[in-house]
Design a protein around this ligand. Structure first.
Ligand code: ADP
Ligand SMILES: Cc1ncc(COP(=O)(O)OP(=O)(O)O)c(N)n1
Length: 269
């Protein structure tokens, strides 16, 4: 049996809904062996972010060395990489790895709390985005990366093309979660635009949707699937996670990482 492995390099969420914890749960659900390197420890929950503490670069480097020299990843994703110094350091590291790399350009939590400053947002465009196999911004993040005002699906398509042709990523998925009329995401890969549709679930429990979606895509790339197939599976996985809501927490709760397993079971909504 061949074992597939995936590494997430990101920040933490003690509630388990977003960040490293959501990534590891998702890798496990997709039957990929999950590994993690922590960049930032956060005190956060379903109501917002209470405290942020960045790890020293030396500790990030040591964690990476420990994992990679022992269990090589078949694919890597980055989530919250909050400072230009962390980004610049990771560029050399990721170039050497030569495995599929998913860049989730995490900038702001749905609670509204910023996860990086303006200078870091600019650095992300020049450092990590050009290295990515797939970049997975939500609409505000795509606007920041492309300096475009994104309102329509056509705008999402233009932004995805710009991330590939002008910023240098191999493919881009613009996530439609911030829209209120539909949940259509747009993939641009290998010169082709694909619209990924899903019914919109009327719920406030959407904490960590972006992390979970990009982790599911990473797991599929780790198995050797194509970009198009990995993104289609990621979309099905996140849709089931949102549909089978858990209603946890006093604020905007997490998604259900085992939602796809509940499909068709009696008594489950
Ligand atoms: N209410 C919803 N119903 C169905 N799908 C949703 C809903 N909200 C977000 N999604 C989907 O979840 C995924 C993550 O999108 P989004 O929430 O925009 O990311 P982020 O957490 O980075 O802001 C996308 O596939 C998006 O279409
Ligand atoms: C540590 C950490 N990383 C990323 C996020 C943002 O997660 P995301 O999946 O974009 O979902 P929201 O939290 O914005 O709903 C985070 N909160 N914490």
């Amino acid at each position: 049996m061949s074992i597939h492995t995936a590494l997430t390099i990101a920040g933490t969420d003690p509630t388990g809904g977003a960040g490293i914890q959501a990534d590891l749960k998702t890798f496990q659900e997709r039957e990929v062996f999950g590994m993690s390197v922590i960049t930032t420890v956060l005190a956060q929950n379903t109501t917002g972010v209470q405290m942020i503490n960045h790890m020293p670069l030396e500790l990030i480097e040591k964690q990476l060395d420990s994992v990679i020299t022992d269990i090589p990843p078949s694919a890597v994703k980055t989530g919250m990489i909050a400072t230009p110094e962390m980004m610049e350091f990771l560029v050399d590291y990721l170039k050497n790895l030569q495995v599929p790399y998913i860049c989730d350009p995490v900038m702001i939590a749905k609670s509204g709390d910023p996860l990086m400053d303006a200078q870091s947002r600019q650095s992300l465009r020049q450092t990590l985005v050009p290295l990515a196999t797939i970049v997975t911004p939500n609409i505000p993040e795509a606007s920041e990366l492309t300096e475009m005002n994104i309102e329509t699906i056509d705008d999402m398509e233009r932004a995805a093309k710009m991330i590939v042709h002008e910023l240098g990523a191999q493919a881009a998925v613009i996530k439609g979660g911030y829209r209120t009329d539909h949940s259509t995401d747009v993939l641009y890969a290998n010169g082709i635009i694909t619209r990924l549709h899903a019914d919109r679930t009327n719920t406030k429990h959407l904490h960590g949707t972006g992390c979970t979606f990009s982790a599911a895509i990473t797991a599929e790339l780790a198995k050797g699937h194509s970009i198009e197939s990995a993104v289609a599976t990621g979309k099905a996985f996140i849709t089931d996670s949102i549909t089978h809501t858990l209603e946890l927490g006093t604020g905007n709760g997490p998604t259900n990482h085992w939602g796809f397993r509940l499909k068709g079971l009696p008594g489950q909504t």
